[in-house]
Write a protein that binds this ligand. Structure first.
Ligand code: SF4
Ligand code: SF4
Length: 105
């Protein structure tokens, strides 16, 4: 099982911005209702700029069992985020979780 399935920290730590062209309505795959438009160029996953942040697409309990409700349709920053990266380690530290050993995914 991926360590991400019992984590979710990155989905509840960072603002997640992406091109509006990734929105379903603009020919992409991200459901518009789960995003907010920042400007004519950028959209943001809903909830990721809240305090505390938490992406509206994330289901489950952080640090226990989580899932991305739009995994196959998620935006490029989510696809590119690397488990085991420095940013992953920082997000996990916020939840009190240890950093991963390597770049597992
Ligand atoms: S990439 Fe890192 S912070 Fe994100 S869910 Fe996976 S283990 Fe957690
Ligand atoms: S779209 Fe999915 S992978 Fe991306 S931040 Fe939201 S819950 Fe996490």
């Amino acid at each position: 099982m991926s360590p991400c399935q019992s984590c979710g920290a990155c989905c509840a730590s960072f603002r997640v911005d992406f091109s509006v062209h990734e929105l379903l309505s603009q020919g992409g795959s991200v459901p518009d209702g789960l995003a907010v438009e920042v400007n004519g160029q950028l959209a943001r996953m809903r909830g990721t700029d809240h305090a505390p942040p938490r992406c509206a697409a994330l289901t489950g309990r952080l640090g226990e069992q989580v899932a991305c409700g739009i995994y196959e349709w998620r935006c490029s920053p989510c696809r590119e985020f690397e488990a085991g990266s420095d940013a992953c380690g920082r997000a996990r530290a916020r939840l009190g979780l240890p950093t991963l050993e390597g770049g597992l995914h």
